[in-house]
Design a protein around this ligand. Structure first.
Ligand SMILES: NC(=O)c1ccc[n+]([C@@H]2O[C@H](COP(=O)([O-])OP(=O)(O)OC[C@H]3O[C@@H](n4cnc5c(N)ncnc54)[C@H](OP(=O)(O)O)[C@@H]3O)[C@@H](O)[C@H]2O)c1
Length: 269
């Protein structure tokens, strides 16, 4: 079985990245173009996607295709699914699009909570389902699901977000076992604080978060892509995040809940 990153002259390599207009998705698309993947860029903001596509084509000589889609929209999601099913060159799917909501659940806008589940979970599940049969038939491919370190703990004041990410980890680890013996790999990526538009969109007050806790989107994307051919199913990028993940595994859940509730209440605006 060829690794998703090995250079193959006979098999063209193509990656579809959701949420590619900015942040981690744009960093993934750039890192993949540097590795000579053709890329399909999916998000809502057409101008941003087209600007990135032009830059990647000029700088790396690859083909970059833009698919404008709101993945919380039923019809738009079906359109991306069809594109994936028909693309026989698709080697890598990066399910990256996602957003977070913050605040006491009881007072949150319920439609926004539902949209969060539709984007972070439903779109990821449907796109994975669209990609897998072709990858399994070709005995080659990978799916990289962007989760969060929030998946590893109950998240007071971001209850829906943490639960969507816990779903991604459980789902991806289960698929990993189902796909044993095939040439298809899956990874759930669990970043911590990463410099993107995520916190601003979620309305998180980042002034209490120490500088050393942050990573760049570029570093996170590189670590995830390097881990993929090594078959690491749960990828926690960065030493500090790995330490946190380790502690979350040994400290009693009741203590973790209390501490995260206190810390999370400090970043509410
Ligand atoms: N940044 C962090 O600290 C952090 C930590 C852990 C995990 N993550 C995860 O990393 C992933 C990427 O987030 P980010 O940090 O790069 O945030 P970001 O800078 O806000 O980017 C989010 C991306 O998702 C796209 N998107 C949002 N809603 C969409 C929709 N309805 N349909 C299609 N695309 C949509 C956005 O593009 P458009 O607005 O153009 O649609 C954008 O490209 C998310 O899954 C997030 O949960 C982030």
């Amino acid at each position: 079985m060829a690794s998703p990153h090995t250079t193959q002259t006979s098999v063209p390599r193509c990656a579809l990245v959701t949420g590619a207009s900015t942040g981690l998705g744009a960093a993934f698309a750039t890192a993949l173009a540097r590795r000579h993947y053709d890329v399909i860029l999916v998000a809502r903001h057409q101008a941003r996607l087209e600007a990135l596509a032009t830059t990647l084509q000029q700088q790396h000589g690859i083909t970059a295709t833009v698919l404008v889609a709101d993945l919380t929209d039923h019809e738009a999601l079906r359109r991306v699914e069809r594109h994936i099913r028909q693309d026989e060159a698709l080697t890598l799917l990066v399910n990256n699009a996602g957003f977070g909501t913050i605040g006491p659940f009881a007072t949150r806008d319920l439609d926004q909570e539902e949209a969060e589940i539709r984007l972070n979970v439903v779109a990821l599940v449907r796109l994975t389902h669209a990609a897998l049969p072709g990858m399994i038939a070709r005995d080659h491919g990978a799916i990289l699901n962007v989760s969060s370190i929030s998946a590893l703990l109950p998240g007071p004041y971001h209850a829906t977000y943490g639960a969507t990410k816990a779903y991604i980890n459980s789902f991806t680890e289960a698929l990993h076992e189902e796909l044993r013996g095939t040439g298809v790999r899956v990874q759930t990526l669990c970043p911590g604080f990463t410099h993107t538009e995520f916190q601003q969109r979620a309305g998180v007050n980042t002034s209490h978060i120490p500088r050393f806790a942050w990573m760049t989107a570029e570093a996170v994307a590189e670590i995830a892509l390097d881990a993929l051919p090594r078959g690491r199913v749960v990828c926690v990028p960065g030493r500090l995040n790995r330490l946190v993940a380790f502690l979350l595994g040994v400290v009693p859940r009741t203590v973790v809940r209390r501490i995260t509730g206190r810390l999370a209440s400090r970043v509410l605006e």
